[in-house]
Design a protein around this ligand. Structure first.
Ligand SMILES: [Zn+2]
Length: 245
């Protein structure tokens, strides 16, 4: 990742840009400023690698604590979860290989991991079968059975299941699960934590508070937006305390 200092104005711009994109590409807009090749590099990260970077970005912007609210699926009790990024982010692994191989029975398969462009493509599919076949077509580079090259539509279901498992094992951060037990009814279940959604949501709340601050300072002192955003958060807070005194 690039090492640079970003201002509030930079993150506001990145967040604003994310809103113009389809949902599958929105989290990539937050990583784009951090990567040499910007948005296109972010879109080509495997989902697990993307989420590892998003956990790091969340921690850099908002600190390690994440508070999430979930409902028990059995009794609808509300659980407030006090989590930290280190509970959820897996230890830094080396970057997943760009091309992976699986040997299953007589089949030899070369494949890559799904990325955000694949998520965008499958978000437009009408059903799960169409989504699965599109994902296989995009991510599988070659299938060989003995001496014959096959296409992905010819793969038996058990090999497809094994391939899906191999993709998940190679990119473990792609799905972040939290094991939960309801304090009210003792129901145990597993909840998926979506850092992309969580970070976009947190950044959205931060942006709205920042707009409030700019609005207050601009209307009180007549300063312009760029100058207010260029101030450090603590300096802004000091002026705001005087406005409200
Ligand atoms: Zn419950």
């Amino acid at each position: 990742m690039k090492r640079e200092t970003f201002t509030s104005a930079d993150w506001l711009t990145a967040w604003e840009h994310s809103l113009t994109l389809p949902a599958a590409l929105r989290p990539c807009a937050l990583l784009a400023p951090l990567l040499e090749e910007g948005q296109s590099a972010a879109e080509k990260l495997s989902i697990g690698q993307r989420d590892t970077y998003l956990f790091d970005l969340y921690q850099a912007l908002f600190g390690p604590e994440l508070t999430a609210v979930v409902h028990c699926p059995a009794c609808t009790e509300i659980l407030e979860l006090a989590l930290t990024t280190s509970d959820l982010r897996l230890p830094a692994a080396s970057l997943p290989l760009t091309m992976l191989a699986l040997e299953e029975g007589m089949y030899r398969i070369q494949f890559r991991l799904p990325d955000s462009r694949d998520l965008l493509a499958i978000s437009m599919c009408s059903d799960i079968e169409q989504a699965q076949s599109l994902l296989l077509k995009s991510c599988v580079h070659s299938v060989v059975q003995g001496d014959h090259e096959l296409n992905t539509a010819e793969l038996p279901q058990d090999v497809i299941i094994r391939l899906t498992q191999a993709m998940a094992e190679a990119d473990p951060q792609a799905v972040t699960e939290i094991a939960l037990i309801c304090p009210a009814c003792a129901h145990a279940w597993s909840e998926t934590f979506d850092i992309a959604h969580f970070l976009l949501d947190t950044l959205g709340g931060w942006a709205e508070r920042l707009f409030d601050q700019v609005h207050t300072l601009a209307s009180t002192y007549g300063w312009n937006e760029a100058d207010i955003l260029a101030m450090s958060p603590s300096r802004r807070a000091r002026y705001l305390a005087r406005v409200h005194a």
